[in-house]
Design a protein around this ligand. Structure first.
Ligand SMILES: [Mg+2]
Length: 218
């Protein structure tokens, strides 16, 4: 049997980034007694960073906050990098990863700033080998590079972004793609192999739907 690897996206798949930001805005607003209007201004900084950098860079975001609000750098850093805030936003647990690990290697294929992305999955460090973690500022352009390293593998990609999954398919039709559907999104006519509402539904897919054509190569 050939070896399998599952590449997980981080945001929207194993980490609830929206929840993380909502919680940060709430805590920051509370600590600093912000009015609703001031809190809305704070939220706009997120969009500014993404627009300027093309991805979310926390250091740029925190620097903007420091320049606009009177908060000590240490206090802001402590609030932002708070262990508990990260853990509260995890969408999977060790049990889930153990079940995946019985069937496949666990990899990461994610977009963003490396330290921030790694912090999100820090709790699960023992499940990942560093050589199977790929975090890029723009990941679609890196698909070829990553696929080349796993030529003899059965590859699964789990993402909440249909463009990423379709890009994988275009490069290698034998990659098995799984879309995590966002709430209230209608099932579109996309070409992904599976659409699920929750990443926990992935476990049965790994045994049921092996694309045989890839396995026949061996
Ligand atoms: Mg995502």
């Amino acid at each position: 049997m050939s070896q399998a690897i599952v590449f997980f996206d981080i945001d929207g798949v194993i980490f609830d980034a929206k929840k993380f930001f909502i919680s940060f805005y709430e805590k920051f607003a509370h600590v600093n007694n912000l009015t609703n209007e001031q809190t809305e201004k704070l939220k706009e900084l997120y969009g500014e960073v993404k627009k300027e950098k093309g991805f979310f860079d926390p250091q740029v975001f925190l620097a903007k906050i420091l320049s606009q609000y009177s908060i000590a750098k240490e206090d802001l850093e402590r609030l932002w990098w708070d262990e508990k805030s990260f853990r509260e936003c995890l969408l999977v647990d060790e049990d889930f990863l153990k079940q995946i690990q019985e069937k496949a290697i666990i990899g990461i294929f994610s977009k963003g700033e490396i330290n921030f992305q790694k912090k999100k999955i820090e709790k699960f460090a023992s499940f990942f080998k560093s050589q199977d973690i790929y975090i890029f500022e723009d990941k679609i352009v890196k698909i070829n590079e990553v696929l080349a390293k796993y030529k003899n593998y059965q590859i699964y990609v789990v993402d909440d972004n249909v463009d990423v999954l379709e890009s994988f398919k275009q490069i290698d039709n034998l990659v098995y793609t799984v879309l995590i559907r966002e709430e209230q999104t209608e099932s579109s006519n996309n070409k992904t192999d599976s659409v699920i509402d929750n990443v926990l539904q992935l476990v049965p897919l790994l045994t049921q739907k092996l694309p045989l054509n890839r396995l026949e190569i061996f």
